[in-house]
Design a protein around this ligand. Structure first.
Ligand code: PTJ
Length: 262
């Protein structure tokens, strides 16, 4: 469907269309539509723009990616449909590998996601060649299949838009996990080393700009950014800022649009 430009929620509808198109092209799982809707609800609450707390989370995440010896960005259907170009650009800037890792794993989806990533840039895509498959023993579902050259041997794994048990398993394997999740209360959010509470459609381009700024910096500068960051405190700050915003609305900032009718 083409979205009317004068629709008050045109931008949000365009993103929805990308997800729906992704589902028809086998990139997005059916459940990915539900996940997207959950994300939309949280995004509404943070005002559909990047809050200050998310800028700090994004900066810490980029510092960790730049300091990593073997960073990997894990891609699923929603990420591929919304941010394939940005995923490739960020990976190139921070020297990360890209690995496809799906909950609803099907060869057809892997192929479609690989194609869209390859269109975005000439980069090797891990996770789909069975020669290199190994398993995360803690997991019983299909996300357990990982690439020996990628997630399995990585020191830092970025998991935008994730279901929580893999994050827990990766942490138990000693890996550092960066997640992007609009729900600050999810298991993914609570178990990550760095949780970015932002929409990935804003987080990725902003992280690209941060990576360009931090790339040439000394490791001491990057380590200082990380030392100043604590994920649990950051999540508490996130919840506090969200509550403050809602309280302000409740106490008078919410404008009654129907007043125009009187
Ligand atoms: O592509 P697959 O097969 O790997 O399947 C992926 C899905 C999305 C189906 C799977 O990972 C899943 O079920 O995820 P959940 O458990 O629904 O979690 C998704 C989380 O991402 C929720 O907390 C949402 O609030 C959040 N979310 C959704 N859209 C966005 C988002 N966070 C950031 N940006 C978004 N655009």
């Amino acid at each position: 469907m083409s979205v009317p430009e004068d629709h008050p929620r045109a931008e949000s509808l365009k993103v929805r269309e990308k997800i729906i198109e992704g589902m028809h092209n086998s990139i997005v799982a059916e459940a990915g539509l539900i996940a997207h809707g959950r994300g939309e609800a949280f995004d509404y609450i943070i005002g559909e723009k990047t809050p200050d707390f998310a800028f700090k989370q994004q900066e810490a995440a980029v510092a960790l990616l730049l300091l990593a010896e073997k960073p990997v960005i894990s891609v699923n259907g929603n990420v591929a449909a919304l941010c394939s170009k940005e995923t490739v650009e960020l990976a190139e800037l921070v020297g990360a590998s890209i690995e496809i890792n799906l909950f609803y794993r099907k060869a057809e989806r892997e192929k479609a996601i690989e194609e869209v990533l390859k269109e975005a840039g000439d980069i090797e895509i891990l996770g789909i060649d069975p020669t290199y498959h190994t398993y995360i023993s803690e997991l019983s579902h299909l996300r357990r299949i990982v690439d020996k050259r990628g997630i399995f041997s990585a020191d830092v794994v970025m998991v935008p838009l994730e279901d929580g048990d893999r994050t827990m398993a990766l942490r138990k394997m000693g890996k550092n996990v960066i997640s992007i999740d609009l729900n600050p209360l999810s298991r993914t959010a609570l178990w990550s080393n760095i949780t970015i509470v932002n929409n990935l459609i804003r987080a990725f381009p902003e992280m690209i700009e941060i990576a360009k700024r931090l790339r040439g910096k000394d490791n001491i500068v990057l380590k200082k950014i990380l030392a100043d960051f604590n994920n649990f405190n950051s999540l508490k700050e996130t919840l506090s800022e969200i509550s403050k915003g809602l309280n302000k609305l409740a106490k008078g900032n919410l404008k009654d649009p129907t007043k125009k009718l009187k």
